[in-house]
Design a protein around this ligand. Structure first.
Ligand SMILES: C[S@@+](CC[C@H](N)C(=O)[O-])C[C@H]1O[C@@H](n2cnc3c(N)ncnc32)[C@H](O)[C@@H]1O
Length: 230
């Protein structure tokens, strides 16, 4: 899989994409992540990407021209040796479809994912209309830019790619995979400040442990996120 990110602040991604599981997935060639600077698609000496809104009001709006050129260029890049890769352009916006684990799962099937980060007041509407195949929001709150949403989406997608997580099963039982929150985890010590590890986890009986975990997952979901069970 190839992920291209278009941003005004490419340096923001370095630390996140070089570390841990994502860093290893890149090194092993399971994913290519390339960050492009939107300013490289400007043609004036100030490398202007934004302008004041028509109709007045505060803030600046990202002009459609640089976005159009950036996305068009990135969409023309090769994806491995594929003849007709499946490409998807996704705009980061608080007005988009809420991002869910199911969305992440679906995105793993795309060959080239292009994530476009907004800033200031957001995108000129025509860029959205002409370029976006999908618009995603990572929650009902407003961030300064689309960089953190793009990092969150990349992380959630890459860890689901085959071979990325050491233990394939760790992703199977995770929260939201089956519309359930995950069961509670315990590790050493057995007693911590008077709180004991549940006896069943020490029993060695894998059938009973699986049953207990399933019950805990259901109970926890019912208590914290009952809407998931519907
Ligand atoms: C300050 S926001 C613009 C918000 C826009 N004026 C509005 O009210 O819908 C700047 C950029 O941050 C990104 N952004 C902010 N919050 C987001 C969220 N919850 N999900 C995804 N992207 C978000 C988007 O790319 C957006 O264009």
């Amino acid at each position: 899989m190839r992920i291209d990110i278009i941003s005004l602040f490419p340096e923001m991604f370095n630390a996140v994409f070089e570390q841990s599981i994502i860093g290893r997935a890149r090194l092993s060639g399971r994913v290519d992540i390339i960050v492009h600077n939107l300013r490289d698609y400007t043609y004036d000496k100030h490398r202007t990407v934004d302008d004041t809104p028509y109709g007045g009001g505060s803030g600046m709006v990202l002009m459609p021209g640089p976005l159009y050129d950036a996305v068009t260029k990135v969409k023309s890049l090769p994806v491995g040796y594929m003849k007709e890769p499946q490409r998807l352009t996704v705009f980061m916006t608080p007005q988009g479809e809420p991002f869910k684990q199911q969305t992440a799962k679906k995105l793993t099937t795309i060959d080239q994912l292009i994530l476009v980060c907004g800033h200031y007041e957001g995108f000129d509407e025509r860029a959205r209309m002409l370029l976006a195949d999908l618009e995603i929001s990572i929650g009902d709150f407003v961030l300064t830019g689309g960089e953190i949403p793009a990092m969150a989406i990349t992380d959630a997608v890459v860890r689901l790619l085959p071979g990325v997580l050491g233990d394939e099963y760790s992703a199977h039982e995770e929260s939201f995979t089956e519309n359930l929150l995950e069961y509670p985890h315990y590790t050493r010590p057995r007693n911590f400040k008077g709180l004991e590890v549940p006896e069943v986890l020490l029993s060695g009986n894998h059938g009973e442990i699986a049953k207990w975990r399933k019950e805990m997952a259901k109970e926890r979901t019912k208590k914290r996120r009952p809407e998931l069970l519907k």
